[in-house]
Design a binder for this molecule. Structure first.
Ligand SMILES: [Zn+2]
Length: 145
């Protein structure tokens, strides 16, 4: 498993707001489960942007936190069209001149798990992966009752 550290409010937008593209300067050959970690840095200028408002940004939401894992996603594909100035179908979250890491099956955690981030992408320690899986399994059980 790998993880990415994303500034708020963008991390929240992935976890709750349907943001299915992560913009990064580099592509990756990795495909598979990807932890979404809210980094300690905040992109204050974007909190009022229409995109973030459309994602339902709520600073009181527990997943609006800093320095914690808040969701689990699948890295399904990486689009590099924008690197060459080409158009692509990655949608409103895709930024120009960036690689578009396309996320699928995003699952928000019931509550954040405090963790230190690293330089993207990073490999989460096994104990963190275990905790995420246990939390999602418990949540699924509660929903099925
Ligand atoms: Zn794209």
């Amino acid at each position: 498993m790998q993880a990415i550290s994303v500034r708020q409010p963008w991390a929240f937008a992935i976890a709750r707001g349907g943001k299915t593209v992560y913009n990064h300067v580099l592509p990756t050959a990795y495909r598979g489960p990807l932890l979404i970690h809210a980094s300690m840095r905040v992109d204050l200028g974007s909190c009022d942007s229409p995109l973030i408002r459309s994602a339902g940004w709520d600073p009181r939401d527990p997943l609006a936190t800093l320095g914690a894992v808040i969701a689990l996603a699948e890295l399904a594909d990486v689009c590099t069209a924008a690197l060459h100035g080409e158009r692509c179908g990655c949608g409103p979250w895709a930024e120009p001149a960036r690689c578009h890491w396309r996320l699928a099956e995003v699952r928000a955690l019931p509550r954040p798990i405090v963790a230190l981030g690293r330089v993207d992408p990073w490999v989460p320690p096994p104990s963190l992966v275990t905790e995420v899986h246990a939390m999602l399994a418990t949540a699924a059980l509660r929903h099925s009752r």
